[in-house]
Design a protein around this ligand. Structure first.
Ligand SMILES: [Zn+2]
Length: 141
């Protein structure tokens, strides 16, 4: 038995849903627990769970974002993300559930089968610890 988390297999997969998601900054509050979806494993979506800390400017989109703490993030424990990257874990939230279901419907059929941890390649983190979706990279899309 190994306690080392498996290394994700990188499998770039389009995500048109997150960039078009209509969610306000005020939808989230300090103290909320959220997940940033990263990919698929064993027939389910997976992502990094984080805690919302405080409002913070999201430089890649020039919009108001949220400072997050990733307890397993190591050198990048604190990152800033755009609200549309976040899905609530801490409370049953219809808005976030709708997005989660839409992501499941789109992605699970593309990655079926074994328990391989698939990283769909949507997010990178800048040198300034800003989380950025591939659709929001300057010059992208
Ligand atoms: Zn929500």
């Amino acid at each position: 038995m190994s306690l080392t988390p498996p290394t994700p297999v990188f499998a770039p997969t389009p995500d048109p849903l997150t960039p078009d998601r209509d969610i306000t900054h005020a939808h989230f509050r300090a103290g909320d627990t959220v997940v940033v979806l990263k990919g698929v494993a064993g027939g389910e979506l997976w992502g990094d769970a984080m805690r919302v800390i405080t409002p913070s400017w999201h430089t890649p989109t020039d919009e108001n974002g949220w400072r997050l703490r990733d307890a397993t993030g190591g050198a990048q424990s604190y990152i800033t993300a755009h609200p549309r990257y976040l899905v609530h874990l801490s409370r049953r939230c219809p808005d976030c559930l709708i997005h989660l279901r839409a992501m499941e419907d789109r992605l699970l059929p593309k990655h079926t089968g074994d328990n391989t941890l698939i990283d769909c390649g949507w997010y990178t983190t800048t040198a300034l610890n800003q989380l950025v979706h591939i659709a929001d990279v300057r010059g992208g899309r």
